[in-house]
Ligand binder design. Structure first.
Ligand code: NDP
Length: 251
C-alpha cells in the first residue's frame, strides 16, 4: 500500500509550525499541492515554503487570523482561484488558554472557543459549497484527547474540542450523500510549542502515558495523510485518537 496524493490539493490551517507544519510536509512528500495558513508566524511560514521548493508540488502560504471570520470567505475564494480544485481541508489551527474554572475569564473562554470551534464553523461553511459542486471532498478537523477526557484547567479547551467532535459527526451525516467525508483526529500529548511545559511537568505526564513519551508531530501527520487517501474512503464521522494509550489508561 503506497499513498500517492499527486495532483491533489489540500488546505491546512495553522501550517507554520507544530502539527500543521508536519501535515504540510508529509502532504508535499506524498505529492500533494498545499495551501497553508499562518497567523503570526510569517518567518516560520517563509522558511517552510523555501524548504519545500525541492519538491514538484505547488505550495502557497496565506496570512489569516481565523478569528477574523469575515476574512474567511475571501481566503477560501483566493485558494480556489489559485489552485482551481481543492480536494480536502485540514482544520488544524488552535490554541490553549488554560486556567482553573474559578479563575477563567470570559476573554479566555471566548478566544479559545472562537479559535478552535467557531472558526471551524466558518471555514467549513465556506469550503463545503465547493466540495458540493465537485461531489467530492475530505474534511479533517483536529480535535484533542481533551475533547474526550476534559482535564482540570481546560474547561474552555475541552469544550471547544468536544464541540469539534460533535460538529464533525453532524457534518459527516449531512454531507455523506455528496461523497464528502468528515473525520476528526484527537491527539494526546504531542511535542510542540503548545506542550512546551516545564521539564518536571513533562516527566510527570510521560509516566501516565503507556508509551512513556510524547507523540511526534509527524506521527499525527501520517494519520492525516492516511485519512485523506483513497484507503480511508469508508471512514466517515469518526474521531481517531492518537495518544500513546493515555486515554485508555485513565480508568
Ligand atoms: P502550535 O502552537 O505549535 O501551532 C498552532 C498553529 O495554529 C500555528 O500554526 C498558529 O499560527 C496557528 N494559529 C493559532 N491561532 C491562530 C489564529 N487565530 N489564526 C490562525 N492561525 C492560528 O500548536 P500544535 O501544533 O500543538 O496544535 C495544532 C492543533 O492540534 C491545535 O488545534 C491543537 O489544539 C491540536 N492539538 C495539539 C496537541 C498537542 O499536544 N500539541 C494535542 C491535541 C490537539 P502562527 O504560529 O502563525 O500564529
Amino acid at each position: 500500500m503506497e499513498i500517492n496524493l499527486k495532483d491533489k490539493t489540500y488546505i491546512v490551517t495553522g501550517g507554520s509550525k507544530g502539527i500543521g507544519r508536519a501535515i504540510v510536509v508529509e502532504l508535499v512528500q506524498a505529492g500533494a499541492n498545499v495551501a497553508f495558513t499562518f497567523n503570526k508566524g510569517a518567518d516560520d511560514a517563509e522558511i517552510l515554503v523555501n524548504e519545500l521548493k525541492q519538491y514538484p508540488s505547488k505550495v502557497k502560504k496565506y496570512q489569516l487570523d481565523i478569528t477574523h471570520f469575515n476574512k474567511i470567505p475571501e481566503f477560501i475564494d483566493q485558494v480556489v482561484s489559485d489552485f482551481e480544485i481543492v480536494d480536502g481541508i485540514i482544520n488544524n489551527a488552535g490554541i490553549t488558554k488554560d486556567n482553573l474554572f474559578a479563575d477563567m475569564t470570559i476573554a479566555e473562554w471566548d478566544s479559545v472557543i472562537d479559535t478552535n470551534l467557531t472558526a471551524m464553523f466558518h471555514i467549513n461553511k465556506h469550503i463545503i459549497p465547493y466540495f458540493l459542486k465537485q461531489l467530492n471532498g475530505k474534511i479533517i478537523n483536529i480535535s484533542s484527547a481533551s475533547g474526550l477526557s476534559s482535564p482540570r484547567g481546560q474547561a474552555n479547551y475541552s469544550a471547544s474540542k468536544a464541540g469539534v467532535i460533535a460538529l464533525t459527526k453532524t457534518l459527516a451525516k449531512e454531507y455523506a450523500w455528496a461523497n464528502i467525508s468528515v473525520n476528526a483526529v484527537a491527539p494526546g500529548y504531542i511535542s510542540t510549542a503548545m506542550t512546551d511545559f516545564p521539564k518536571e511537568k513533562i516527566q510527570g505526564i510521560k509516566k501516565l502515558i503507556p508509551l512513556k513519551r510524547f507523540g511526534k508531530t509527524e506521527e499525527v501527520a501520517y494519520l492525516v495523510v492516511f485519512l485523506l487517501s483513497e484507503y480511508s474512503n469508508y471512514i466517515n464521522g469518526q474521531t481517531i485518537v492518537i495518544d500513546g494509550g493515555i486515554l485508555n489508561s485513565l480508568i
